[in-house]
Ligand binder design. Structure first.
Ligand code: ADP
Length: 524
């Protein structure tokens, strides 16, 4: 057993017994134990700290919900913690790796059935292993007139992304909002259905989200209260027309005015999809290599940035949005957009015909119409051996907040020797600000610096009243610790739920700062 990190408080004997039971349940081929050939695929490839901190002791891949129940029960019997993953592509936030070293990964990739596509009511029901690419191909094959809302990149899972509160770029971009009906295996092995699904023979499980009584679905997202084994998800009917557009802006300060003008366009649904303001280096990183512009380390000098803008025909800020519907509606809304966003001095508006051959335009155009792709992953080639972690504070949709968050991050990032690579997505009332911290995985000092910087960003954002919506394994406790109003009443409430739903503490220890009792620091 040399090299294997056992789960905390689990003896070698108990671990072996659990493994034997798991092998009997799912078959030997689906319990992964090999430290050299199998388990490394459950590492966080982009870790800034030693990978051993999040190294799984084993992975178990059940084929159906009955097997999930049996594995969860065995885990309870032997006290073995489980970390459920769906397709395990949550890179930037820890990928497939568990929070606590030695945890067994419960890999749900084999549960990859598309259970239903309902064309009439525009929804699908999927298991955890169904990726956006799988679903897209399926819809194409059956000639469906429904769109999915893929995350960028599209190899991620529909369920895994949703339970981690992921977002996309069509009008259905708020994935949790579009979720309806959920099947969950609880820590004692019970299966439950949320909302309308609680009614035997229910005809509306995937049509009405809330059922009767407390809406529980949210409890099983970004949490460790259950293993989600199936979800319903609303799909967007293909609209009669689609016109994506891009507007470039030349000055850093334009972010203020762009954001002010986006707010009413979003509030009034003139732009129905995730309106996204993208900084120039995000655009560059998906299609170029940094060393083509600047050989050194440290933030890119202005001369190099200028050359990038010229080469790629982009601005400092690049706004992407789309209009959907019959031509008359699209034309009407485009006029409003031209009058508003298009009239900021220096703005240049582009449509599909203007950006032939532009890689960044192409993948945005695809994402905003539900076509999954992998282009954004090119960012990992911006620097050699590139790794990334995303810092994702939520902002109000105002020019002042956008500029404050941008300066707060950019200044610290540049001081620490990194580039600001970011985008801001406006949803219904908020703006998701995503800063991709890119670093060289082969440079230990740079990784340490990136890690330190991330912590500083969390503190600086919290001091200004901004919290993050999602995070990497290493920062779950720290960020959960910033949501500490009224003596951390929120976290204490979650811990009460944890103790009641999972008293042995086997599911996802540490997920989003929620710990089982025996691993918890004293709470006052
Ligand atoms: P994706 O399928 O998009 O690649 P992951 O499988 O990486 O997403 O999952 C993202 C995160 O969501 C995981 O770290 C895990 O904590 C949580 N998660 C994934 N699948 C489930 C599930 N079926 N039940 C509960 N939590 C899950």
């Amino acid at each position: 057993m040399t090299g294997r990190i056992l789960p905390p408080r689990v003896s070698e004997g108990a671990f072996h017994e659990f493994v034997t039971v798991a092998q009997n349940v799912v078959g030997k081929d689906h319990v992964y134990l090999d430290l050299k050939w199998e388990l490394p695929s459950y590492n966080d490839e982009y870790a800034t700290l030693p990978k051993e901190l999040h190294q799984a002791s084993a992975a178990v891949a059940p084929a159906n919900v009955g097997e999930v129940q049996s594995i969860v029960r065995a885990a309870g019997q032997y006290g073995v913690p489980l970390w459920p993953i769906s397709t395990g592509k949550n890179f930037a936030y820890g990928g497939p790796a568990p929070r606590v070293a030695g945890t067994v990964v419960l890999d749900l990739k084999r549960m990859n059935r598309i259970i239903e596509v309902n064309e009439k009511h525009a929804y699908a029901v999927v298991e955890p292993g169904v990726s956006y690419l799988d679903m897209y191909r399926h819809l194409q094959k059956v000639g469906s007139k429904l769109w999915i809302d893929p995350a960028a990149p599209g190899w991620g899972g529909m369920l895994g992304n949703l339970v981690d509160h992921g977002a996309g770029y069509t009008p259905y971009g708020d994935h949790l909002l579009m979720q309806c009906g959920m099947e969950v295996v609880l820590a004692d092995g019970t299966i439950t259905q949320t909302a309308m699904g609680g009614l035997p023979g229910s005809r509306t499980t995937h049509l009405y989200k809330y059922g009767l009584g407390p809406w529980a679905d949210g409890l099983f997202t970004q949490s460790n209260f259950g293993v989600v084994t199936r979800i319903g998800i609303w799909l967007m009917p293909e609209p009669p027309g689609y016109t994506p557009f891009m507007i470039t802006y030349g000055r850093e300060d334009d972010l203020h005015e762009i954001t002010e003008r986006v707010r009413p366009l979003k509030l009034n649904n003139v732009i129905p999809n995730a309106a996204t303001t993208v900084e120039m280096l995000w655009e560059a990183a998906v299609q170029k290599q940094r060393r083509d512009y600047y050989p050194g380390k440290g933030p890119l000098p202005e001369a190099a940035r200028k050359k990038i803008r010229e080469d790629l025909h982009i601005g400092v800020w690049n706004f992407y949005g789309a209009v959907y519907g019959p031509p008359a509606i699209m034309e009407n809304n485009l006029d409003l957009i031209r009058d508003s966003l298009g009239s900021i001095p220096g703005a240049k508006i582009y449509f599909d015909k203007d950006r032939k051959g532009d890689i960044a335009w192409k993948y945005r155009k695809e994402l905003m119409s539900g076509i999954p792709n992998m282009t954004e992953y090119n960012q990992m080639n911006w620097i050699p051996a590139g790794g990334h972690m995303d810092f994702s504070p939520i902002s109000p949709v105002t020019g002042e907040d956008a500029m404050r968050q941008y300066s707060l991050i950019r200044d610290r990032v540049n001081r620490a020797g990194f580039d600001y690579v970011g985008e801001m997505l406006v949803g219904w009332r908020d703006m998701h600000h995503i800063f991709a911290l890119l670093y060289d995985l082969q440079d230990e000092e740079e990784k340490r610096r990136a890690h330190r910087l991330f912590g500083e960003l969390i503190d600086a954002a919290a001091a200004e009243g901004y919290g993050e919506y999602r995070t990497h394994l290493d920062f779950m406790d720290k960020i959960a610790g910033t949501y500490n109003w009224n003596n951390a009443a929120q976290l204490k409430h979650r811990h009460r739920l944890k103790d009641s739903l999972d008293p042995i503490g086997i599911l996802g220890p540490g997920k989003m700062g929620i710990w089982p009792k025996q691993m918890r620091k004293e709470e006052s």
